[in-house]
Design a binder for this molecule. Sequence first.
Ligand code: AHM
Ligand code: MG
Length: 334
Amino acid sequence: MKIVKTLGQFIIEKQADFPYAKGELSRLLRDIGIAAKIVNREVNKAGLADILGEAGTTNIQGEGQKKLDVYANEQFISALKHGGECCIVASEENDEYIPIESDVSIDAKYIVAMDPLDGSSNIDVNVAVGTIFSIYRRKSTNGKATIDDVLQNGNEQVAAGYVIYGSSTMLVYTTGKGVNGFTLDPSIGEFCLSHPDMKIPKDGTIYSINEGYYSHFPDGVKKYIKYCQVEDKKTNRPYTSRYIGSMVADIHRNLIKGGIFIYPVTAGAANGKLRLVYECNPMAFIIEQAGGLASNGYQRILELDVKELHQRSAIFIGSENMVKKAEEMMACFS
Ligand code: AHM
Ligand code: MG
């Protein structure tokens, strides 16, 4: 029988990559893995447990929250509270950051930012959803951690990852030394290493964008879409259009097959829709670590100044050559 490597074993092995580390980051990642399994259990039985539907509360963006958003949010926060490695959790579902002030976490080194259940409008129709997380080291050296500890630029992340609750459940993460993917084996309840050292193809033939908003897009994006659609044998065009409407699932597919995911600024969303801290920065860190690029059309996502928790950004993310080509077209109109 083939021996599988579990997420827990892999994390412990990789601790040697950080000789200064005392195991806190490893424990934090392990806690996230455990919370992901609990959320997975609920997502899987969503239709059965009568857990679907609006929870009746609204988040800071004014969007209706689904019950499972609330559940996932609570599970991750609770796992991070009890783990003791994290002094602040910032969640897309909470207006303010959550200080964690238990006895064990007062000296905790890490900040976690997360989108507990991304793409949640897809739950009702059995389409893949995801969790996105991002980990920073706290900057302040004494007293309580503050908002300045949270508002760090993306290039200061020490780890980032996502969980995709799809036809199988996977956890993909990076600590800045490549990207590794683990598939949940429900028979043993463990994430097992299934996609070691993931690399995104340098080129791809898939573009993912909500083309329904075409008339609201900037001219550079319209030009790039037209470029994707024009026939050219040398570059395998026309490309394929694939848009799930779950960022994690769209980017996961493109990571494996090669492609670009775009959520630009639109006439209705002047700064884009997706959140820099909870969605763009972690996905950008992962895709860059896999050899791809992530940009706001003009500038690297990981270098954007983070000024507020719920800041939004446009994003062009994926295969290197495709992102470069899209940036080229954006530059034509700047
Ligand atoms: P959410 O965090 O409220 O679920 O919104 C984020 C999601 C992304 O997963 C997805 O790519 C995007 O919103 C889809 O938006 P649209 O319906 O405007 O295309
Ligand atoms: Mg989201």
